[in-house]
Design a protein around this ligand. Structure first.
Ligand code: SAH
Length: 289
């Protein structure tokens, strides 16, 4: 069978799935802002896949898994609108304006973003522009790297015995610098921190947290290319986080907190590859019911 026939069969299967799940029709003149997940194409949602198969035009960014685009309809217009290597290959206002004008041409417009569109992804800016222009839109959440990526590293984002609070941070403010935050409150109030876009300033973040009282020996990890075939996980300490983070140029999630230690027992991907998981009895399974 030729590739075209395989893809036609795949699209027909997606359409059957969409009908079985009673998913909404992608109407002309609408913009759907969808998350593609952190990388593994299996992490896209059924709605996201349905949107790819139905869209007339797809604006996608550099972190979406491009293999998903094979399910788009023949003749679909594909527009790459991401940023690579910190270079703004396309300005945010241009993307938003393009979404508006494509919708006004009565197209079904899909804006496909890595992870979740509203988590450090500028999806809100785009939605606000659409709302202002009176363009109808739908938001399709995705698996965000700071949760799904950690799960692929065998690190639970919360665990009753380590952290009942988690804070998500970006290391990259609108001006490209580390945002001005209340680091003392963050250090004291949140046992686990999950940082996006923070490789560059990881050392500064660690220094601020240590100055605010966090232990230099606290566990931390760098999860690069999470959920992709070339995923790597570097477990380190808060003191060494900055130097370790500088060793990679891949997209990375940084996580700081005791929950990182659970990876020894929960690295399920490592187990798939044949590594033995540490077996520890749970010290106390507290009865909270
Ligand atoms: N909206 C996205 C985040 C976009 S910001 C989401 O919800 O996941 C881009 C940052 O996300 C990267 O700098 C990195 O910190 C993180 N990221 C995205 N995909 C990743 C991946 N596969 N592995 C590790 N980090 C990733």
């Amino acid at each position: 069978m030729s590739n075209d026939l395989i893809h036609a069969a795949d699209r027909a299967a997606i359409q059957r799935l969409s009908a079985a799940l009673n998913l909404p029709a992608f109407e002309m003149g609408w913009v759907w802002l969808a998350g593609a997940g952190p990388g593994d194409p299996g992490l896209i949602t059924a709605l996201g896949l349905h949107a790819i198969a139905a869209a007339d035009v797809i604006l996608y960014d550099s972190l979406s898994n491009e293999s998903l685009l094979a399910f788009a309809r023949p003749g679909v217009e594909l527009i790459f609108s991401g940023k690579r290597g910190g270079m703004h290959s396309c300005k945010q206002c241009d993307i938003s304006r393009t979404l508006v004008s494509l919708a006004q041409e009565h197209k079904r417009v899909l804006r496909l973003k890595g992870g979740d569109p509203l988590v450090f992804g500028r999806g809100a800016e785009e939605a606000l522009t659409l709302a202002e222009a009176g363009v109808p839109f739908r938001i399709i959440p995705g698996v965000t790297a700071g949760i799904g990526g950690l799960a692929y590293a065998g690190i639970p984002v919360t665990h009753r015995d380590t952290n009942q609070v988690v804070t998500f941070l970006t290391g990259h403010g609108a001006d490209g610098k580390l945002p001005e935050l209340d680091w003392v409150s963050i250090a004291r109030g949140s046992p686990t921190l999950v940082l996006y876009m923070a490789r560059k300033y990881a050392g500064d973040v660690a220094a601020k947290l240590i100055a605010a009282g966090r232990s230099a020996a606290e566990p931390a990890a760098i999860v690069s290319n999470a959920s992709l075939a070339d995923q790597t996980v570097q477990v380190t300490t808060l003191a060494c986080l900055g130097s370790e983070a500088n060793k990679t140029s891949a997209p990375a999630i940084l996580v700081i907190g005791e929950n990182v230690t659970l990876r020894e027992q929960m690295d399920w991907l490592g187990a798939v590859a044949g590594y033995a998981l540490a077996i520890k009895s749970q010290a106390a399974i507290k009865d909270v019911s």
